[in-house]
Design a protein around this ligand. Structure first.
Ligand code: FE2
Length: 299
């Protein structure tokens, strides 16, 4: 389960001092990341850097955060090394109706895991609340949409000021709920590429994998679907080549799905998928029966 730390200290530290501490630990080890919780709390106690950051953005708004690949909800504070960085995230109460997709913008209401370790501190406001879930260690998750998952609810907690939470890479599953008031969390993000984690959404009611969290592979897949809709033989040939030989299993899966979109008979595609070395591809054959148009945007 996510580790929760509560502090009652007034000591502060600076971004540079905190980053120095990060440089001293083994980033593969979640316990060593957890041991940084008191230091992250100290950085959250320091209110000065936020004002500096905002003033910087107001001084040169044209270039501010120009290389931020995240949404306007999330801001890069400092790259620490090739695997770790500091950012903060804004969590606001929703103010529009559902048509504007605020749940999507803030990543509210969707159960998900992370493919990175996340040490996060409450910085401002009462904080978002989060429902925590776990999957028993013995369950070997393949990770395809529709897969049954033995998902257990553990607790609901709030990322309040003075609190730090560690979500372990891959392991912890949670839902973020909108806070009552504008809140900010301060995040240490540590990439864990050696763990080869697939980020997934989960349907907690049906206890199934709901879909893949968007990444470059998924973007590619949506483009494949568009190309299949062109009804071109040349496009179909290229998709066939990708489905047979691309090194990324999700890329092959989406090529199969796209080809199914443009085909009246999917039996041959199902045979090809059954012969694919990936368990995710093999386990997704049933999706061709439903037709790509019926799949969720995440599937
Ligand atoms: Fe999350």
């Amino acid at each position: 389960m996510a580790q929760i730390f509560d502090f009652d200290q007034s000591a502060t530290t600076t971004i540079d001092e905190f980053c120095k501490e990060v440089g001293h630990i083994n980033l593969d080890n979640e316990n060593e990341i957890a041991a940084l919780a008191p230091e992250l709390n100290k950085l959250a106690n320091n209110q000065a850097w936020m004002e500096d950051f905002i003033l910087c953005g107001l001084t040169e708004p044209e270039i501010f955060q120009a290389d931020n690949i995240y949404s306007a909800q999330s801001y890069m504070l400092k790259a620490i090394n090739e695997r770790a960085f500091l950012r903060f995230a804004i969590w606001a109460p929703k103010i529009f109706d559902d048509n504007l997709g605020e749940d999507n913008f803030y990543s509210y209401q969707t159960a998900h895991n992370h493919d990175f370790s996340l040490l996060t501190a409450g910085y401002l406001g009462e904080g978002y609340s989060t429902s925590l879930f776990e999957i028993p260690d013995h369950q070997n998750v393949i990770g395809y949409p529709g897969e049954d998952i033995d998902l257990h609810f553990l607790d609901q907690v709030t990322l309040s000021p003075r609190r730090v939470i560690l979500y372990e890479a891959g392991k912890d599953i949670h839902i973020q709920h909108e806070p009552q008031s504008l809140s900010v969390s301060l995040n240490l993000v540590v990439a864990q590429p050696q763990m080869d984690i697939r980020q997934l959404y989960y349907d907690i009611d049906s206890k199934k994998v709901a879909g893949f969290v968007a990444n470059e592979d998924i973007k590619r897949g949506i483009f494949f679907r568009f190309s299949a809709a062109m009804q071109s033989q040349a496009c179909q040939n290229s998709l066939n080549e990708i489905a047979l030989s691309h090194g990324c299993e999700l890329t092959r899966l989406y090529a199969f799905k796209a080809m199914a979109e443009g085909s009246s008979c999917t039996e041959h595609l199902k045979e090809m998928m059954a012969a694919d070395p990936s368990k995710i591809v093999k386990s997704s054959i049933h999706e061709l029966n439903n037709g790509v148009r019926e799949l969720s945007v995440w599937g």
